[in-house]
Design a protein around this ligand. Structure first.
Ligand SMILES: [Zn+2]
Length: 219
């Protein structure tokens, strides 16, 4: 299930676009930055907080909320933005997963936060990933790839895979956490080779350039 780009320069997932009770968007370089939304001080952790715990100083890499009218956001420029929705409980979440957060299990922490705070069942969740660096362009050293071996048992134990598929890694983590495969949309454009439409930290080394992925329960 592919993301579609809307005329407003945001990408949206067909998986979430069918849920009239929520709004969501994956920003591009051309899209407006996230005004009127709660955005985190991201630190490549597996910490997920509720919007009620948010303040500008709090360091975390995921937010969850059930409050109508409140929009939550994560910023990225190669890392994987992951948006969660539970149509049964009507709660949403947003998580930022670079390689450190992925290995730390931030995606599963998102599932657990929705379950622990709002009673969401993993099998009810819908999860969509946004534009992020793809396996086409994400070269890593062996010190990083070795951390992913448990997630990719099909790798030859002796070979050093020089490229990592972060979205696939997070898809597997989500399935391990109980989210059904058909309820996860992980296909998305690559920020590195996708052109100027996207910010890419690895390509541009521009630290201030981030794209916002936003989700919220409609009022
Ligand atoms: Zn690429």
């Amino acid at each position: 299930m592919k993301l579609r780009r809307d005329p407003d320069q945001y990408y949206r997932s067909p998986l979430l676009a069918g849920e009239a009770w929520l709004e969501h968007a994956f920003g591009t370089a051309a899209a407006e930055a996230g005004d009127n939304c709660l955005a985190l001080r991201q630190v490549h952790s597996a910490r997920v907080i509720t919007a009620g715990e948010w303040s500008p100083e709090v360091e975390a890499d995921g937010l969850v909320t059930n409050r109508p009218g409140e929009r939550i956001a994560v910023k990225s420029a190669d890392c994987v933005p992951i948006l969660f929705a539970d149509p049964v409980k009507r709660v949403v979440g947003a998580v930022h997963a670079g390689w450190r957060g992925t290995v730390a299990g931030v995606a599963e922490a998102g599932v657990e936060a929705l379950a622990g705070r709002f009673g969401s069942r993993p099998e009810d969740l819908l999860v969509a990933m946004g534009p992020s660096i793809g396996p086409c362009c994400y070269e890593v050293g062996e010190e990083v790839s070795v951390l992913f071996r448990a997630l990719f048992p099909e790798w030859d134990r002796l070979a050093h895979p020089g490229r990592i598929d972060l979205r696939e890694a997070n898809r597997r983590i989500l399935m391990r956490g109980g989210v059904p495969e058909r309820r996860i949309a992980s296909a998305a454009p690559c920020t590195f080779c996708g052109g100027s439409e996207f910010f890419s930290w690895r390509r541009d080394r521009q630290t201030g350039q981030r794209m916002f992925a936003v989700i919220g329960v409609r009022e």
